[in-house]
Ligand binder design. Structure first.
Ligand SMILES: Cc1cc2nc3c(=O)[nH]c(=O)nc-3n(C[C@H](O)[C@H](O)[C@H](O)COP(=O)(O)O)c2cc1C
Length: 403
């Protein structure tokens, strides 16, 4: 390694103490990815434990489990974990317990999928009613909105009880809390709609309630969009206001990303272009909060990660697809030769095909084997859909609809 890359190793490998006191061993985090490997009834599996063990062995500071549901009624997929009152604590503790011996952290990303709850196993709801592009959902009543902080807090308490060292509240990518922030989807006339302060209110109430539940020394993160990338959606100016509020309400790590999984909309994980995405926005966010900032999206090289950290734009670099391509990436970038992951090139892909491809690849990591035939975006979608259909039947058998 030359001296330039030694500086990079030092910067990437520097520990970070969050304001709650939790220390991250370096600056590289595996961003939330829905692994879709729970058992179809919301419970943790051995395949998941193997996946998170493999990732932690790769040296990352923090590994966020995507789409962990606070209740069973509004999941993103039937392979999600559910941290509700019916959780098999021993099974999920098996995953949580993996972190401490490695010096790394695992946090569940607590969420409610809102309008994007998986229709075969849900009756979706959103801040306002919707009937577009095949998405149909009802408007949440005030009582339903007011119930959310306690639901998130109970789930966070369970996360703490089973041994996770923090939680990330999911307010990005078009799921429920992201929809509250977005003027395109939130047309409420009550105290939860209107100005960005009002659209952020439920998120802030949730953060406050979670903090009361878990105490001052427990890590709370929040993932938020810099922009929805949709006409009329959350703008960068409004997102900065929300970020300032999150910081003021004691969020320890604000994870910035963007785009949504709403049908027909651009999502960050389906985007082929090089990033980092939203880096200029992160620099502006730096000016509105003292909370630690993480940027997730489009970081493809060690030089990208170094530049973001060295320039002070962010404190932590989040990577999703790169950790699927190389689970050892953190060790490689901090202690190894510094090689960058090799990204697949797809001649074409149907919507969602790239994300499905990565989902099936992470299944292979969990199962410790490579697929007999390399996945294509099309074959990955077909397999993912088939698996979801089997799990949906199991889910409905266990929970019925919208419990
Ligand atoms: C397979 C897959 C699943 C994902 N699931 C989630 C999720 O559950 N929650 C979330 O906030 N983002 C999710 N994302 C988005 C990533 O966290 C990230 O924002 C996006 O992929 C851009 O980062 P990257 O360029 O490093 O991949 C997912 C991405 C992929 C590839």
């Amino acid at each position: 390694m030359n001296s330039g890359s030694d500086v990079a190793a030092e910067v990437l490998g520097a520990p970070l103490q969050l304001r709650c006191g939790v220390t991250l061993r370096n600056r590289l985090a595996k961003a939330a990815m829905s692994d879709s490997l729970a058992d179809g009834t919301g419970q943790a599996t051995e395949a998941q434990a193997r996946l998170y063990e493999r990732w932690l062995d790769g040296g990352m500071a923090l590994s966020i489990i995507g789409e962990v549901q606070i209740v069973s009624g509004y999941p993103e997929k039937p392979g999600n974990l559910v941290l509700d009152g019916k959780v098999d604590e021993a099974a999920v503790r098996r995953i949580a317990d993996l972190a401490a011996p490695t010096g790394g952290h695992i946090w569940p990303q607590l969420g409610h999928a809102g309008a994007m709850a998986y229709p075969p196993i849900s009756d979706p709801v959103d801040p306002s009613a919707l009937s577009v592009d095949g998405v149909e959902c009802a408007e949440m009543t005030v009582a339903e909105v007011e119930a959310l902080p306690a639901m998130f807090a109970r789930s966070a308490a369970r996360a703490k009880a089973v041994g996770f060292s923090g939680v990330e509240i999911h307010a990005a990518h078009g799921f429920l809390l992201s929809q509250f922030l977005s003027p395109l989807f939130n047309h409420r006339q009550d105290g939860y709609g209107g100005s960005i302060e009002a659209r952020s209110r439920i998120l802030v109430d949730i953060i406050d309630r979670v903090r009361t539940e878990v105490g001052p020394e427990y890590a709370i993160g929040a993932k938020i969009n810099a922009t929805d990338e949709l006409d009329g959606g959350l703008t960068e100016a409004d997102s900065l206001v929300a970020i300032e509020m999150l910081g003021a309400h004691g969020v320890d790590l604000i994870d910035i990303s963007g785009g949504t999984y709403f049908p027909g909309a651009p999502s960050s994980s389906d985007r082929p272009s090089s990033g980092p995405y939203y880096a200029d926005f992160a620099r502006r966010a730096r000016g509105v909060t003292d909370a630690a900032l993480m940027l997730t999206g489009g970081v493809k090289t060690r030089a990208d990660a170094f530049a973001l950290l060295e320039g002070g734009a962010v404190d932590v670099v989040g990577l999703a697809r790169p950790f699927v391509l190389d689970p050892d990436l953190a060790n490689e970038w901090i202690h190894g030769g510094g090689a960058n992951p090799i990204f697949p090139r797809f001649a074409s892909s149907p919507p969602g095909g790239v994300t499905a491809w990565y989902t099936m690849e992470l299944t292979s990591i969990a199962e410790g084997r490579v697929a007999a035939e390399p996945w294509t975006p099309e074959s990955a979608i077909a397999e993912y859909d088939k698996r979801d259909a089997e799990r949906a039947a199991r889910w409905n058998g266990r929970f019925g609809r919208a419990s």
